[in-house]
Design a protein around this ligand. Structure first.
Ligand code: DCP
Ligand code: MG
Length: 436
């Protein structure tokens, strides 16, 4: 569960705009300018980008994932690199796939069979063996990600990048951003993205980020949902707490154990009760959230310099006695940082670790490797070497892994190619035995 971040995104009164077309009862009074925040999320993003260059697969169940890059290249070569010329029957089917890996996403026709993001390939193959399988091509998704975000920026300049396929947009002061609660502007953005790229997206417009994020899912795909402050009880309260961005499976289980299933039920618990059971920060956040309150601003970000993941253990762990458990946690942190890098399209060169001991002292170590990486195993190797440089005679409370010296993926690959033509992009640091 995530605690709220500090906020200061107040809205000042503004000159009256022409009358709006609001749903009765739920909309603000005519002429009042109110805070309107949009969340935009692309529909079946990786799959939709693939269908642009494989139009023959439109309307079919298709999943993106697995490691079939090389055989896919071979298939393309058979058709002279003309992707649109590859007959449907020539694509590999999920049912024939053998191996590990997870699905990144599936087209909506495949989702009808219960197949979806993060599902293991073998399970997906049982559910929908006839689905066609394409390998991931991050560079292509990054290109389209940049393109749709540039279109949004040309229309509405206050945009917060939330990853490869989603953004928040502050509609409050943008022309059309107040009309029909934001529907007019949302439609314009949807149409502009579609005209330029052929891709569809879904948009939720609401008084804040919290509700906008939920609303963008209401009418997927290619939908728009408008939520006003007065809709809290009828639209938000019936939803499961899990729909709150920041309530994960663990928090959901804890809430359920207290008999709290919906956001409305959460709102009925006194703030003090929530603080008592979930801690000061999280309890207060749950309370505010259940009442639809969130004034985090839309932040126009600069490039990140590092990405990190850390975890505080349930109990202090010892480097020798709890070696196996620590090893698992360590690997998991590396996998998660690698996923963050991949999703956000960055590679890094400096790998670091952070430890907090049972006496609360902190130790950090880092190491710069030969090449840029976003690979979990390479991060794990370098982080393991950093760990060897720390005396581990005290118990540990916290472990963190950080990748710094970041470059956007394309720039990092270009830098690698320039430095060592013909060599692999990922820096080698050997495969020495590591602690844990
Ligand atoms: N993704 C991934 N692994 C996941 C979830 C998502 O690799 N566990 C990738 C593939 C998705 C992209 O991120 O295409 C965007 O994630 P979304 O959750 O927005 O999923 P989609 O855009 O595919 O579908 P939807 O139409 O539900 O937004
Ligand atoms: Mg999406």
């Amino acid at each position: 569960m995530r605690a709220p971040s500090p906020h200061n995104g107040g809205v000042t009164a503004a000159p009256a705009l022409p009358p709006e077309d609001h749903a009765p009862g739920s909309a603000p009074p005519h002429g009042a300018r109110v805070r309107r925040i949009a969340h935009l999320d692309m529909d079946a993003f990786y799959a939709s980008v693939e269908l642009l260059r494989y139009p023959q697969l439109k309307g079919l169940p298709v999943v993106i994932g697995g490691g079939g890059r090389e055989s896919h290249e071979a298939l393309l070569a058979e058709y002279g690199g003309d992707r649109a010329a590859v007959p449907v029957a020539a694509f590999p089917r999920l049912g024939d796939y053998v191996g590990r890996g997870v699905i990144t996403t599936a087209t909506y026709p495949a989702r009808q069979f219960g197949v979806g993001s993060a599902m293991g390939m073998m399970k997906a193959a049982r559910l929908c063996p006839q689905a066609l399988l394409l390998p991931v091509d991050f560079a292509e998704y990054r290109r389209f990600s940049r393109r749709f975000k540039d279109i949004i920026l040309s229309i509405a300049p206050v945009m917060e990048d939330r990853g490869v396929d989603e953004v928040y947009i502050d509609f409050t002061d943008v022309p059309g951003g107040q009309r029909q609660g934001g529907r007019a502007l949302a439609r314009l953005i949807q149409k502009s993205i579609h005209d330029d790229t052929g891709l569809t997206c879904s948009v939720g417009v609401a008084p804040n980020k919290l509700i906008a994020k939920m609303a963008s899912e209401f009418n997927k795909p290619n939908g728009i949902s408008i939520v006003h402050e007065g809709d809290l009880q009828s639209v938000i309260w019936p939803l499961a707490c899990r729909k709150i961005n920041g309530v994960g499976p663990k928090a959901e289980a804890k809430l359920l154990a207290h008999g709290i299933e919906t956001i409305g039920q959460l709102a009925q618990r006194p703030r003090d009760w929530l603080v008592q059971h979930f801690g000061r920060s999280t309890g207060a956040w749950l309370h505010e959230t259940s009442w639809g309150r969130d004034d985090r601003p839309v932040v126009t970000e600069s490039e990140p310099v590092s990405m990190s993941r850390e975890t505080t253990f349930d109990r202090d762990l010892h480097a020798v006695r709890d070696r196996a458990e620590l090893g698992r946690i360590f690997t998991d942190l590396c996998v998660r940082v690698a996923e963050d890098l991949r999703r956000k399209g960055y590679m890094g060169k400096t790998i670091g670790i952070k430890l907090r001991f049972d006496d609360f002292k902190i130790a950090t170590r880092d190491q710069t490797i030969d090449g840029y990486t976003q690979d979990a195993a390479a991060i794990r190797r370098a982080a393991g070497q950093c760990l060897k440089r720390v005396p581990l005679d005290r118990r540990l409370r916290l472990l963190g892994v950080r990748v710094g010296n970041l470059l956007p993926e394309d720039a990092a690959r270009a830098a690698e190619a320039a430095a060592a033509p013909g060599e692999a992009a990922v820096g080698g640091i050997g495969t020495n035995a590591v602690l844990f």
